[in-house]
Design a protein around this ligand. Structure first.
Ligand code: ATP
Length: 339
């Protein structure tokens, strides 16, 4: 990482119409050169609007955007030098693939076309026309076209949405490797959480126009700040407890906390961190459902009137109605109350 961020976004706000909440409210983050950031969050939380402001398609009502330390808040989109591959990746239909790629390219040579096509695994497709390509191929050509312009930052809005599952996985891996090689910074908007986790270095999780949590996938998964984050990224059990420092009394018994707290709290306990044992006596829970999922099983367990999910890889086979002892491996995460 260098000291100057590639992109710096400060206090961005965008309100459509006079009344109602803003689409984007006080969004700030930095992107290092070559870093990949995924913007995720429920539909309507402001991801695309944020991307469009960075691209220059949407004027912010407030805030500033700078690229390599230069303020570009008022710079027209075409002068920003930012690459874009949006959902409607529109290629020019009357131009063949080669001319599409060369359209915004810095160097207009046959090598530029060959390199860009090879990057997306479509060598030899230069003379095809867009209507002779599948949706997924068009999407890859749109990516190739953005690489040819050699931008330092590319914005991707659901760039793999037209690819089937297998191709999507492979393309994503290739594109990631190649972007990393080229040191291009990326902001990607995606609805696919697995895609966000595997493609990006860091995630910014948005809700109601604001970034609720920002960090690596692992940081957010392991230490979600609130119940919204804990349930948006992965599955979890929300459990009430009474905290006293590092320990907390819960229906499962006393558990350790990731950070000290006091009084009534809500905890997040991931299903794979819970353990089940057949109880000799009554136990603290009762199996109410069993779901076989191939590589693991999910048990549904009633614990003091609360339904808990427990993921078990190689555990005892327990049937419905079995009395169990439920315990937590590791630490529970204290969630903050929703703002
Ligand atoms: P999705 O995941 O569904 O694409 P998103 O997180 O990208 O959603 P945005 O498209 O940024 O969300 O929209 C944020 C909010 O702003 C929504 O409530 C949307 O209805 C509103 N909005 C977006 N564009 C406009 C517009 N041009 N005029 C009025 N309202 C808009």
């Amino acid at each position: 990482m260098t000291d100057t961020p590639l992109l710096s976004v400060r206090n961005l706000k965008r309100q459509f119409g006079k009344a109602g909440p803003a689409a984007v409210e006080d969004v700030s983050f930095d992107l290092a050169p070559g870093e990949i950031l995924a913007l995720i969050g429920p539909s309507g939380c402001g991801k695309t609007t944020t991307l469009r402001m960075i691209a220059g398609f949407e004027p912010p009502d407030h805030g500033a955007i700078s690229l390599r330390g230069r303020d570009i808040t008022a710079t027209p989109a075409e002068k920003r030098g930012i690459g874009m591959v949006f959902q409607d990746y529109a290629l020019f239909p009357h131009m063949d693939v080669a001319r599409n790629i060369l359209f915004g390219a810095r160097e207009k040579t046959p090598q530029t076309v060959a390199r860009a096509l090879s990057m997306v695994g479509l060598d030899g497709y230069g003379s095809r026309y867009p209507d002779e390509l599948s949706g997924g191929q068009q999407q890859r050509i749109a990516l190739a076209r953005s690489f040819a312009a050699e931008p330092s930052l590319i914005l991707l809005d659901e760039p793999f949405s037209n690819l089937d599952a297998a191709l999507r996985h492979a393309t994503r891996r290739e594109i990631r490797a190649l972007l990393k090689n080229a040191g291009i910074g990326i902001i990607i908007v995606t609805h696919d959480q697995e895609e966000a986790l595997s493609f990006a270095d860091r995630l910014a999780l948005m809700r109601d126009g604001r970034i609720v949590q920002h960090g690596t996938g692992q940081q957010i998964y392991d230490r979600p700040v609130d119940a919204f984050v804990a349930t948006f990224l992965g599955r979890t059990n929300l459990v009430p407890g009474t905290a006293r420092g590092e320990l907390c009394d819960t229906p499962l018994g006393t558990v350790r906390l990731a950070a000290p707290a006091e009084g009534q709290v809500t905890l997040s306990m991931r299903p794979e961190l819970l353990e089940l044992q057949a109880a000799a006596e009554a136990g603290n829970g009762r199996v109410t459902g069993v779901e076989f999922k191939g590589h693991d099983m999910t048990y549904w367990v009633d614990c003091a009137g609360r339904e808990m999910q427990v993921d078990v890889m190689n555990g005892p086979r327990l049937g419905e109605g079995a009395a169990v002892d439920l315990s937590l491996r590791g630490e529970a995460v204290v969630l903050r109350d929703p703002a």
